[in-house]
Write a protein that binds this ligand. Structure first.
Ligand code: KG4
Ligand code: ZN
Length: 374
């Protein structure tokens, strides 16, 4: 770790995790996370107002914990990075406000960065600098996309995305139908290990010859699994939970890995990065490894703790912004719940004293679970 590499603190509050990470260049120094997931569990999903309140309470203690863990003083920081979007508007606002307050009080540059680009950049903390371009499959409760990133700080191109449910959302919904609790991914992953993935042939969405090659669809699969379970119950038969979990999971990871490997081949990229909460899935990791090896593609997947939402990923992208001399954000930075994936960060006006900026999006967007992520 070189002492001249940028020391950056990153704040993440786009959903239900209050994450604060500190990195020096591509080295992780601290990764403090306070989650309100238990508070949401009884509602079967994240409740935005509860998440915002929890961020507010956890913000300062989590920042202090991260600084202590890293053994650095806030005065030594070279920058403060924060997720400014996409995500839940009210939740983002807490992180953005905190970052602005710290940046202003300490006189440090502020970097409002994109949540999705951060999910990709975090792999630098585990496997070193990202190859350029990077092919990334991002799969979580809020997003499922295939992205090609020639430069993670300035050029991220969407190749495809889900046209309905996100992959993690499908795991959560099927877990609800099976009465397995929330979030559903980890428990389905665990039960699937004891089930037969070939027991039930569930549909593979958008894999026909005329379908968009890189887009995903999981709502048909979800309906098909729910109907299958209902039919069993209606017939008074026992639902083979482990086989259903394994067969459903296989349908999801089969499509994800098939399309990701195809995108690498089509674009001539010889490695694949997988990130987001669903990247913690053991079968996704195994099948991706198998298919990548067969295709001569190198697979990069960060450890599970770096795959789910965290502050270290935001710090990692912030450090890259500093290293590449990207323009910091203005102190007027707004949270943008639908920040496009094509904007890795929100640069300020080139002239810091000019007040003629064109913020056409307001702080508060209408909150609807359907338009949270672009
Ligand atoms: O990235 P993340 O922490 O938050 C979002 O931005 O959504 O992802 C959470 C999602 C949830 O839907 C959860 O069920 C899923 O990731 N997940 C998993 C696993 N662990 C978490 N899905 C499948 N298998 C897992 N092992
Ligand atoms: Zn995320």
């Amino acid at each position: 770790m070189a002492a001249d590499e940028p020391l950056v603190l990153g704040i993440e509050t786009s959903c239900d995790e209050t994450g604060v990470g500190i990195v020096r260049g591509t080295t992780l120094l601290a990764d403090a996370v306070a989650s309100s997931v238990d508070t949401h569990a009884r509602f079967g999903g994240v409740v935005p107002e509860i998440a915002s309140r929890a961020h507010l309470e956890a913000m300062v203690p989590t920042i202090e914990r991260a600084l202590k863990e890293a053994g650095v003083s806030a005065r030594d920081l070279d920058g403060i990075a924060v997720t400014s979007g996409p995500g839940l508007a009210g939740a983002l606002l807490v992180g953005v406000s905190a970052a602005k307050a710290y940046a202003y009080a300490l006189g440090k540059p502020l970097y409002g960065v994109n949540h999705l680009a951060s999910h990709i950049c975090v792999d630098q903390l585990e496997h070193g600098p990202l190859p350029e371009p990077t092919m990334a499959l991002l799969v979580s409760g809020g997003h499922s996309s295939l992205l090609l990133a020639p430069d993670i700080t300035s050029d991220v191109r969407p190749l495809g995305a889900t046209i309905d449910d996100a992959a993690g959302e499908a795991f959560d919904k099927i877990a609800r139908v099976l009465d397995l609790g929330f979030p559903g991914g980890p428990v389905i992953d665990r039960l699937a290990k004891e089930g037969d993935p070939a027991a039930i042939a569930f549909p593979r969405g958008l894999t026909g010859p005329r379908d968009a090659p890189y887009d995903f669809s999981f709502s048909g699969l979800k309906t098909s699994v729910a109907r299958w379970i209902e039919a069993k119950r209606a017939a008074g038969e026992e639902v083979p939970v482990r086989d259903v979990a394994a067969s459903f999971q296989e349908a999801v990871v089969d499509v994800l890995t098939r399309k990701a490997v195809r995108a690498c081949k089509d674009e001539g990229v010889d490695h694949l990065m997988i990130g987001g909460g669903v990247a913690a899935n053991s079968r996704l990791r195994a099948l991706a490894q198998e298919r990548c090896e067969r295709a001569g593609i190198r697979l990069r997947v960060p450890r599970p703790k770096l795959c789910t939402d965290n502050g270290a990923m935001v710090a990692a992208l912030g450090a890259e912004m500093v290293a590449r001399n990207r323009l910091p954000s203005d102190l007027e930075l707004s949270a943008d719940s639908s920040l496009p994936v094509t904007e890795p960060h929100v640069p300020g006006a080139a002239h810091p004293h000019s007040h003629a900026h064109s913020h056409d999006h307001d702080h508060v967007h209408e909150i609807s679970k359907d338009n949270l992520y672009s």
